[in-house]
Design a protein. Structure first.
Length: 130
């Protein structure tokens, strides 16, 4: 099972969402920034590293707000751990994504998110998380 971390970065009540490029696995799907936990790495450290690599920021990683296990039809399994990111230093840079947007909670379900993120997206839109 692939272990993945993602950050819920909130600014002015909006949440940062990112779109994969057409060259990535599951192309053009939307997701929250983050990535794989490397061998021997702690989840918060992995997220801090991923956000620096993907967005060029030094993030303050807050509480874990959700953990989801998902199996894709092709047999790939993933455990996603979502963390609140209450603050960060630096300017956001789009280093790897096709697009990035600040979205209102109510807008989140209108984005074509990765299947594994859909439960969290619904909970965020309903105000159950964060």
């Amino acid at each position: 099972m692939k272990r993945v971390v993602a950050g819920l970065i909130v600014k002015d009540g909006k949440i940062l969402v990112c779109q994969r490029t057409k060259h990535q696995t599951m192309p053009l799907k939307w997701e929250f920034p983050g990535g794989k936990i490397e061998e021997g790495e702690q989840p918060r450290d992995a997220l801090r590293r991923e956000l620096e690599e993907e967005l060029g920021i030094h993030a303050n990683i807050g509480d874990e707000v959700a953990r989801i296990k998902h199996e894709y039809p092709n047999g790939g399994a993933v455990e996603l751990r979502f963390f609140a990111v209450p603050a960060y230093e630096g300017e956001l840079e789009n280093r790897i994504f096709r697009d990035m947007q600040w979205a209102e909670r109510s807008q989140l379900p209108t984005f074509d998110f990765l299947e594994a993120d859909l439960t969290l997206v619904r909970d965020l839109a309903a105000g159950k998380i964060l």
